[in-house]
Design a protein around this ligand. Structure first.
Ligand code: GLU
Length: 319
């Protein structure tokens, strides 16, 4: 089913009331060091923002999976390849109260419900015939108050969205019109942590982000995020999902694929400039990228590779 625009639970709160300047962003989860694929996505996001006159925000998504020291190293690596951003680095965790307020708004409009399912129960129910693969099958959607009260004694609930569509269409710079599944996504996990889909949508809207450039592993999340944005009265951003860098096995590049971080490549004798040259070439930029400014000089993402790039091991650099 296609819904062009979901109804808003309350009059548009319009996060852009304060006329925030339009912005793009890079939003790493500080769960480890950035590898070539992450750096390439960051470069693309920076280029799109700068080339279109937007501000560029660096937002550390530190609600969970935080590895000590990773945020600082991520920031240093982005600066080392020549990226800059507007304002101080933004951290997501201090905004937990704001995410809760947005969930309360949805709850007041009857658009949430408590879910007591364990992972195992969800998996079993979602594998039943006729379900949308991977989508939450709605087990807890219609529990009555008595049943909910009983289940609350067993385990704390997660909060899910009561979605009234099963799919939604977004527009992506590279993919064009893209329709993907929308299910009753988790908004708040049962340990009280705001879920990624909620936090990303609230933050993007409240930071004036109208251009979301990221890896295309998240393209399938864009429809549910745009749908949620609509429910909260936010405009959907422009999406630009760039192909990932793959490792030699064809799977998404990972640490196990060899020297893939700036630090590891430095150890082999490569400079940040060598890495930038590789990033530019792998994106499919026409001229060599000696500096990030070169990306803007000849700005033409229409010619970029739309296929994933494959990483092959870098030998020790010859002096
Ligand atoms: N923090 C997310 C990640 O590193 C990306 C979020 C986004 O760009 O929407 O996977």
């Amino acid at each position: 089913m296609f819904a062009s625009h979901p109804a808003s639970p309350s009059p548009k709160p319009s996060p852009n009331d304060a006329a925030l300047p339009p912005a793009g962003r890079f939003a790493p989860s500080p769960s480890g060091d950035l590898h070539l694929g992450n750096l390439r996505t960051a470069l693309a996001a920076w280029g799109f923002a700068r080339a279109t006159g937007r501000k560029f925000i660096l937002r550390v998504e530190d609600l969970d999976r935080v590895k000590k020291g990773a945020a600082e190293r991520n920031i240093a690596d982005l600066a080392a390849i020549g990226l800059d951003w507007d304002g101080p680095v933004d951290y997501q965790a201090p905004r937990i109260p704001q995410f809760s307020r947005e969930v309360q708004r949805l709850t007041a409009a009857g658009l949430t419900y408590e879910c007591f399912c364990t992972r195992k129960e969800i998996h079993a129910a979602a594998s039943a015939p006729h379900g949308i693969p991977g989508a939450y099958p709605g087990t807890c959607r219609e529990l009555n108050e008595e049943a909910r009260e009983r289940r609350r004694q067993e385990r704390p609930p997660a909060i899910r969205l009561r979605a009234d569509v099963s799919e939604f269409t977004v527009h992506d710079y590279f993919a064009g019109a893209y329709t993907g599944a929308v299910d009753d996504m988790v908004l708040v996990r049962n340990d009280g942590t705001p879920a990624y889909n909620l936090a990303v949508v609230v933050d993007d809207a409240h930071q004036g982000i109208d251009q979301v450039v990221r890896g295309d592993d998240l393209l399938s999340s864009a429809p549910r995020q745009a749908y949620l944005a609509g429910l909260l009265g936010y405009p959907a951003p422009e999406y630009v999902h760039v192909p990932l860098v793959l490792g030699p096995t064809g799977a998404r590049l990972a640490k196990r694929d060899g020297a893939v971080t700036l630090e590891e490549l430095h150890a082999l004798g490569y400079s940040a400039r060598d890495v930038l040259l590789w990033l530019g070439a792998s994106l499919g930029v026409n001229d060599p990228l000696n500096t990030t400014a070169d990306l803007l000089k000849d700005w033409n993402p229409g010619v970029w590779n739309t296929n994933p790039a494959t990483f092959t091991e870098w030998p020790q650099k010859q002096a």
